[in-house]
Write a protein that binds this ligand. Structure first.
Ligand code: DGJ
Length: 335
């Protein structure tokens, strides 16, 4: 090869290399969800809403989660709040700052925040897992705001049903009844508890699911309830499992893998199941976290539509996909 040919070959290689790089996470067409990629908000910053929860008000979705940016001040914990009308493009609304509310000390923990809107009191009620650095406090914290992205004032912490509570999940049934899902280590399982009328407490135990799982997520689909949970392996991924029941009270079926166990849920952990009921289809989205414990600001999200129905639930291999929020239809890239 002479030097001109060599330079041409190098140029072609460089162009091909650059375009292949630019076709990764950052190459957003505004319509595609890229599981496991950096997910920029409307300012171009990676979304900070880990271990999150989503509520829909009118046509707008609000995503709350742990805001774990690199420049967070060590004495505070933060909750990120974002909005979207298509579940793909997210507008940054607010970073909600919480001082240590219960003298939990250095390394205190605020995880998995979930916000509910109470139609009776017209208040937004945030639940959070509150803990000290050794996870002994094991309580939920409650904060209230008049606006979805307003000033959340810390109200109290408590142990739901008098029990230790670590990972929390949020479930709002089709009739609007709201539940807190919480993991209880001493009883090895997770509880589904109906919230009180003002949502400031849990009113009653709806069910205890006797399986040592956390990251509890529930969805109601075609007459069946599906519950997903992950094994108790800290930040490390594990094979998440699902069970079904005709009623939230149970009885629940045995738990089965949602994905090939060796994939460890494709490196993710369950946090929520979102149901999008469109004009043509109803899609259920698995919302999982791919944790990066030593660089939490860079933890990723694994969102994929699941294959669900007739008592089965499967998380397919993650691939880029598009959602039509009006019809509820999805298109998964075939590569
Ligand atoms: C697993 C939980 O699901 C996370 O929310 C977090 O509490 C980690 N454990 C801490 O190790």
């Amino acid at each position: 090869m002479n030097s001109t040919n060599f330079r041409t070959a190098l140029l072609v290689f460089t162009v091909l290399f650059i375009s292949s790089v630019s076709l990764t996470a950052q190459d957003k067409d505004g319509k595609t969800i890229y599981p496991g990629a950096v997910w920029p908000d409307d300012h171009g910053n990676h979304i900070q809403a880990h271990g999150g929860g989503i509520i829909k008000l009118g046509a707008t979705y609000y995503w709350f989660g742990e805001y774990r940016a690199k420049d967070n001040l060590p004495e505070f914990r933060y909750v990120g709040c974002y909005s979207s009308t298509d579940l793909v493009n997210w507008k940054f609304l607010k970073k909600i700052q919480f001082p240590d509310p219960e003298n939990l000390g250095a390394g205190w923990v605020l995880e998995r925040p979930k916000v509910y809107y109470n139609n009776r009191t017209k208040k937004f009620v945030m639940y959070m897992h509150l803990d000290d650095r050794s996870y002994k406090f094991a309580r939920v914290g409650v904060a209230v705001s008049d606006k979805v992205d307003g000033e959340y004032k810390f109200v109290k912490s408590f142990r739901p049903l008098g029990l230790e509570s670590r990972d929390i999940g949020q479930f709002i049934d089709d009739d609007g009844t709201s539940y807190l899902v919480f993991e209880s280590r001493p009883t090895r399982g997770f509880y589904i508890a109906k919230l009180s009328d003002d949502y400031l407490n849990v009113a009653e135990q709806t069910c205890f699911i006797s399986a040592p799982l956390e990251g509890g997520a529930i969805v109601h689909y075609n007459g069946l309830y599906y519950a997903i949970g992950s094994a108790l392996t800290g930040w490390d991924p594990n094979p998440n499992k699902f069970a079904t029941a005709k009623s939230l009270e149970g009885p629940w079926s045995e738990f089965k893998d949602i994905a090939p166990p060796e994939s460890k849920t494709y490196g993710s952990q369950s946090t929520m199941l979102i149901k999008v009921a469109g004009s043509k289809d109803t899609t259920v989205i698995f919302m999982g976290d791919q944790w990066r414990p030593s660089s939490q600001w860079d933890s990723r999200y694994l969102w994929m539509p699941v294959e669900i129905g007739e008592g089965k639930l499967k998380l397919p291999e993650p691939k880029p996909w598009k959602l039509n929020i009006k019809t509820g239809q999805v298109k998964v890239e075939n590569k």
